[in-house]
Design a protein around this ligand. Structure first.
Ligand code: C2E
Ligand code: C2E
Ligand code: C2E
Length: 89
């Protein structure tokens, strides 16, 4: 098995997110915009989010956290390493 480091961070690729069709990325983009506004963090190419935010996003998308993680990896918005962050739930 691969060596396990600390739990990886959930890092959203904002450039990739903006290239996705609205019907897929819309709810994610609105959620991310809220976090950016709360932090005053508008200029990044990526945004690190809380693990609990993935739970909230899973509710919004009506998926399990692990299903949503697979979808976000397929879209290229999350790195495949993010699977380990969700396994840690
Ligand atoms: P809060 O949760 O009361 O956090 C206050 C401040 O503590 C944050 O100010 C930040 O400086 C720090 N902080 C809290 N948790 C973390 C963390 O896990 N990592 C880091 N690096 N710093 C942390 P900030 O960034 O100005 O955020 C203000 C408020 O905006 C937060 O108050 C929270 O209510 C909301 N917020 C910001 N980012 C997120 C997020 O990613 N997810 C959620 N759910 N809320 C967020
Ligand atoms: P890292 O977490 O691996 O992040 C690498 C780089 O990705 C950051 O370089 C930044 O350019 C970008 N990045 C990651 N998450 C965000 C985000 O939520 N918003 C924005 N705007 N950019 C993001 P940077 O800023 O030079 O930070 C280098 C390293 O310093 C980070 O590596 C991390 O290890 C540490 N660091 C920076 N800010 C914080 C923080 O608020 N909390 C903690 N715990 N570490 C931090
Ligand atoms: P990070 O800053 O490296 O924090 C890693 C983990 O340490 C967080 O995972 C959380 O479990 C814990 N932690 C750090 N600061 C605080 C704090 O002030 N209060 C509490 N209760 N726990 C804290 P988590 O929550 O999954 O967040 C992952 C990453 O998302 C953070 O990495 C940071 O880059 C970003 N983030 C989360 N919340 C905030 C926030 O409110 N403001 C900012 N600027 N960044 C945040």
């Amino acid at each position: 098995p691969a060596p396990l480091g600390p739990t990886p961070k959930l890092v959203i690729d904002l450039e990739r997110m903006q290239q996705l069709p609205q019907e897929k990325a819309g709810p994610l983009a609105r959620y991310v915009a809220t976090i950016q506004s709360q932090r005053g963090d508008y200029n990044g190419r990526v945004l690190s989010i809380r693990q609990e935010d993935l739970r909230s996003l899973a509710v919004i998308y009506d998926r399990s956290p692990s299903d949503l993680t697979e979808e976000l990896i397929n879209w290229g918005v999350l790195d495949p390493e993010a699977r380990r962050a969700v396994d840690a739930f």
